[in-house]
Design a binder for this molecule. Structure first.
Ligand code: SF4
Length: 370
């Protein structure tokens, strides 16, 4: 698991600062525009190795191959659910693994990416936090998740949305996340609109204010999961340090600064936070705001004692919020068959439970056009 592979010694193109590859080219007597050609091959032409970059001299391609990696990660597993959801388990150069998901619904093609290996927030119902946080992902490792998933789409199809809701607490890795998103949203990257990007956080007020200050148009989703301090302290342990009130205040601040309506995520756990009392308390918290509540019926995790709520409880919860004028939706579960709840694919692969034969499940990413 922790073995270091050869790629670790090479510099990663997607981790490099804009200009770093140009500098490398200049030192070797190559023109700067060759660096832009490499970037275009990755983002526009879906190249996954230097060899196919046919408009670069063979000598340059070989020099690049010797010192740079196009993708620092490799695909350890590729699961496809019957509903068409793709989930990749990517292995980083240090052997650590992260997961990311591509979901298709009508015209939407949404990717969900991770920002950390593991998670240090310890939400009691979540598979990702079971072993704590191991490290932050680099910006290149974040960008690669998006590019690899985009490369699964048929030629000509584009990603429409990006949600940063995979493994890890996004805002705990803000310093790598923002450059990664900037690259994805840049014209030289995938050209995705900032308003198509949603960053999820468990609610770190200081970081939420920092995000508000950097003047982007990203949407913010705050994982609330409980409408009272006492219940949130139990479900989301970090709440004991930050407090529900401070989280909601920081969300209000984000809305005032960015003009983007904040979404409050609420995982419904049977018999724990899905009752009428909690619905009314959540309505008290949200009814005066221009905010949205997204209810997520829990996806059970093996080994954890939480259950999916009854359909009737979900409907009642939604009706109470709607009746109080709160904008509300229920998230459809995509890819349940392939463990799309965050952290589950990685966990199963590690414990060898539920995966019949990894070889059966690994699929090669298609070759790029030459
Ligand atoms: S729910 Fe999110 S913040 Fe909480 S432990 Fe899981 S990954 Fe971390």
């Amino acid at each position: 698991m922790m073995s270091t592979v050869g790629l670790a010694a090479k510099r990663s193109v997607l981790d490099a600062d804009p200009g770093e590859l140009e500098g490398w080219m200049a030192e070797r007597g190559y023109r700067a525009y060759h660096a832009r050609q490499v970037i275009r091959w990755i983002f526009e032409r879906r190249a996954d190795r230097f060899e196919v970059m046919s408009d670069l001299a063979k000598r340059l391609r070989e020099a690049l191959e010797a010192e740079w990696s196009l993708f620092a990660t490799k695909v350890a597993l590729h699961h496809v659910s019957p509903d068409g959801t793709d989930k990749l388990l990517l292995e980083c150069p240090d052997g650590r693994r992260v997961e990311c998901v591509l979901m298709a619904e009508d015209a939407r093609r949404t990717v969900c990416v991770s920002t950390q290996v593991g998670c240090g927030m310890g939400c009691v119902f979540c598979a990702s936090g079971l072993k704590g946080v191991e490290r932050n992902l680099t910006r290149g490792e974040i960008v690669e998740q998006v590019v690899r998933l985009r490369n699964l789409l048929p030629e000509g199809e584009r990603l429409t949305n990006l949600v940063v809701m995979g493994m890890g607490e996004s805002l705990a890795n803000l310093d790598n996340l923002i450059p990664a998103l900037d690259r994805i949203c840049s014209v030289e990257g995938l050209g995705m609109g900032q308003r198509r990007v949603t960053i999820s956080t468990v609610g770190l007020p200081e970081k939420m204010r920092k995000l508000a200050a950097i003047d982007r148009q990203y949407n913010l989703a705050v994982s609330l999961h409980a409408p009272t301090e006492a219940l949130r302290d139990k479900l989301v342990p970090i709440n004991k340090k930050v407090g529900l009130r401070a989280v909601v205040d920081a969300a209000d601040h984000y809305f005032r600064s960015s003009g983007r309506r904040v979404t409050f995520e609420y995982v419904l756990l049977r018999g724990i936070n899905d009752g009428e009392g909690e619905a009314k308390a959540l309505a008290d918290l949200l009814e005066a705001k221009k905010a949205h509540a997204n209810l997520i019926p829990y996806n059970p995790v093996e080994g954890l004692p939480f259950e999916r709520p009854k359909a009737e409880a979900v409907r009642r919860f939604e009706a109470i919020l709607r009746g109080r004028g709160v904008s509300v939706s229920i998230r459809k579960t995509k890819g349940r068959e392939i463990d799309a709840a965050c952290g589950q694919l990685r966990r199963r692969a590690e414990t060898a439970e539920g995966v019949a034969d990894p070889q059966d499940l690994v699929m090669a990413i298609g070759s790029p056009p030459s």
